[in-house]
Write a protein that binds this ligand. Structure first.
Ligand SMILES: Cc1cc2nc3c(=O)[nH]c(=O)nc-3n(C[C@H](O)[C@H](O)[C@H](O)COP(=O)(O)O)c2cc1C
Length: 315
């Protein structure tokens, strides 16, 4: 696999090594093996507007929860502010990952509707404080990336000197009750966790393995059908990410059951090279590809996806 798709300096930005235990490899393979039948009679140019957390956005594509992109560009802005500006201009939902309250406040100043994802810190007070800060700043939703627990040494991970820890069901329940805005469990890759997140009171889950944190992980999109069935009628929104590199990948993930999808490394290179302009160009391209595929399959709007158009090619 070419590094072109997963750009960035090794160490800072995860780069797939192409080994069989790298979940990114299986993810790519799964998406590539999903083929689509054609339904063009009665098809029209689709409407991409999508309701997320009760607000209507121009697309079901969302910005990623990125972190650690702190290098300020010549214009004085950090990459996380740049893609927030792109989100605002494209009228799409913005997400951010681990960052200080100060950085989060700067991102909110862009005016982009933003979801804050907080690390599963061992110190739960930090989580509660960051939830409160996000709510005060006007975040649309908050959440925890529950899949970032294990480190490579077999213990709890430590990020920027901050120890991470377990997220028990009772913790998740507390965060949901504590938050003044909808709470999201990011990093669900099983029906078991999806049901626990629902029972804890989460308003949404992100079906994801966080760019392949878990070795040998199932492709997130492959888990969607079962998770959707398990959460049917609950009102819990199901989002998904994982190696979406084109609007066609986004289409397949939406057809498989995601209510909206998160972009990730597909915007990293244009973001780091060109800032907001590069992100805007990339997202427009992805929206066009999504729209094209919806036209080929007679899907008039984002609430009308149908997985019966998909066929899994023999692996
Ligand atoms: C540089 C970088 C930083 C990230 N930081 C976070 C983070 O702080 N919190 C989080 O939940 N996910 C974080 N992620 C994971 C993304 O939100 C997303 O789940 C992941 O990249 C999967 O999408 P992709 O395969 O399309 O890249 C980060 C990803 C990258 C590439």
């Amino acid at each position: 696999m070419s590094e072109e798709k997963w750009p960035g300096p090794k160490g800072l930005i995860p780069v797939t090594d192409g080994r069989e235990d790298d979940a990114n490899v299986h993810n790519r393979r799964y998406l590539d093996h999903m083929l689509v039948e054609m339904r063009v009679i009665d098809s029209v140019k689709p409407d991409l507007h999508t309701k997320i957390f009760g607000r209507t956005y121009d697309t079901p594509l969302m910005m990623p929860a990125f972190s650690h992109l702190n290098k300020v560009g010549e214009n004085g802005r950090m990459p996380m502010e740049e893609y927030a500006l792109a989100a605002k201009q494209l009228h799409m939902l913005n997400w951010v990952g681990m960052e200080s309250d100060e950085t989060f406040a700067r991102i909110m100043e862009t005016g982009a509707d933003t979801v804050r994802i907080i690390k599963p810190f061992a110190d739960h007070n930090t989580i509660l404080e960051q939830i409160d800060f996000a709510c005060d700043q006007g975040a649309v939703a908050v959440g925890v990336d529950i899949d970032h627990i294990a480190g490579k040494d077999g213990g709890y991970d430590v990020v920027d000197g901050m120890p991470l820890g377990p997220v028990y069901f009772a913790d998740l329940k507390e965060y949901c009750q504590h938050s003044a805005v909808p709470f999201v469990a990011k990093g669900v890759l099983s029906v078991t966790d999806a049901v626990k997140a629902k029972e804890a009171g989460c308003a949404a889950i992100v079906v994801s393995h966080h760019h392949g944190r878990i070795p040998c992980g199932m492709p997130p999109a492959a888990m969607l059908k079962d998770i959707k069935k398990a959460l049917a009628g609950s009102g819990v929104a199901i989002f998904c990410d994982g190696g979406l590199a084109s609007g066609y990948d986004c289409y397949k993930t939406l057809a498989l059951g995601a209510d909206a999808v998160s972009l990730g490394r597909v915007i990293l290179k244009p973001l780091l090279q060109e800032g907001a302009d590069g992100v805007i160009r990339t997202v427009r391209q992805l929206n066009n590809e999504l729209s094209e595929m919806m036209m080929y399959t007679c899907v008039p709007d984002t609430s009308s996806f149908d997985d019966s158009v998909l066929y899994e090619k023999q692996l």
